[in-house]
Write a protein that binds this ligand. Structure first.
Ligand code: FEO
Length: 175
């Protein structure tokens, strides 16, 4: 595999693990603040990020390339508001998208078809993840930064009634 692309994939792992770690910490904070729907969403997202990291690891290993796991910093344990938390989620996803696009350009330059196929999956996935984060943030800004409005959004998330949600509070798995 092209050396720059391999290095880029290994660097990208850090973004996925960091997101997973942060989303799990967010889930803990949301549970402690009586928002089980939001907590389930974040727990599911945390599991998805680990799956994303594993997809890159599997790709490198299958091609006999060296995958190197990154150190991951301790995530924040509290947020000022749910809106601030969701804004951070959207920013995380935008950073991941930028990294995926960068990897895609490298794979194209190297004419690396297996990597292009892998990255195509991620291009679609990132579009969905950004859309979900933007939709939830939009609803919070419309009417739910605190109180009853926020509780209503939490119930929607608990029912899986929003994009990117598991079908039920239990569908996030016991990760
Ligand atoms: Fe794996 Fe949400 O980016």
């Amino acid at each position: 595999m092209d050396a720059k692309l391999l290095k880029g994939m290994n660097e990208h792992l850090k973004l996925e693990f960091k997101a997973s770690h942060e989303y799990r910490a967010m889930s803990v904070w949301l549970s402690a603040n009586d928002l089980p729907g939001f907590a389930t969403w974040m727990r599911q997202q945390s599991a998805d990020e680990l799956m994303h990291a594993q997809k890159f690891i599997d790709h490198m290993v299958e091609r006999d390339q060296k995958a190197v796991l990154p150190a991951v910093a301790q995530p924040p344990s509290s947020w000022k508001t749910v809106e601030a938390l969701c804004t951070h989620v959207l920013q995380n996803e935008q950073a991941v998208t930028a990294s995926i696009n960068n990897l895609y350009a490298m794979a194209e330059a190297a004419k690396d078809r297996p990597a292009i196929v892998l990255l195509q999956w991620f291009v679609n996935e990132q579009m969905e993840e950004e859309a979900a984060a933007r939709a939830i943030l939009g609803r919070i800004r419309l009417g739910g930064t605190t109180g009853v409005g926020l509780l209503m959004i939490d119930q929607e998330l608990a029912k899986g009634a929003m994009p990117g949600m598991p079908a039920s509070p239990d569908a996030g798995g016991a990760q």
